[in-house]
Write a protein that binds this ligand. Structure first.
Ligand code: GLU
Length: 150
């Protein structure tokens, strides 16, 4: 089993996410990761192994000013437990964590490759992260064409 924690608020997001993920450790997992949003940038840290391994590896003092984030403990179904297959997945604009299986991920992945996206992991999750990025960009284009014509 795996776990997901999300936070938006006044507290330091990295603390809340790490504490929240720690409470879900009993469910079992093979890797861990989180994304923090700060000053229009998404910072992602992830690793195969335990939450304590990530905390040892990453100096979260530089992340103190982030108050928005998502965290994940993974139980691999698509792709071995590894740093790259760990969640979150995404792009500079989108960060996604997911529990379970995306049954039609191969068709989505093929479609996204045809649109020019490249993939780094073996996960089903990354296909949906790229799909969301694609629609996010399309939506942005349609907003800007509306505002130009207005
Ligand atoms: N299917 C996803 C993966 O293998 C999510 C697994 C999970 O539920 O943690 O990365």
């Amino acid at each position: 089993m795996c776990g997901i924690v999300g936070y938006i608020g006044h507290r330091q997001a990295s603390d809340v996410l790490i504490n929240g993920l720690s409470k879900l450790e009993y469910r079992g997992y093979d890797s861990v990761g989180l994304s923090l949003f700060r000053e229009n940038t998404i910072l992602t840290e992830k690793t195969k192994g335990r939450i304590a391994d990530m905390v040892k590896k990453v100096d979260f003092t530089n992340y103190k000013t982030s108050h928005v984030g998502i965290g994940h403990t993974r139980w691999a179904t698509h792709g071995e437990p590894s740093d790259i297959n760990s969640h979150p997945h995404g792009s500079a604009r989108i960060s996604l964590v997911h529990n379970g299986i995306i049954e039609n991920y191969a068709a989505i992945k093929e479609r996204m490759i045809r649109k020019g996206y490249t993939f780094e992991s073996e996960t089903d999750t990354e296909a949906v992260a790229k799909l969301l990025d694609y629609y996010y960009v399309q939506k942005g284009r349609s907003y800007s064409s509306h505002s130009q014509s207005a």
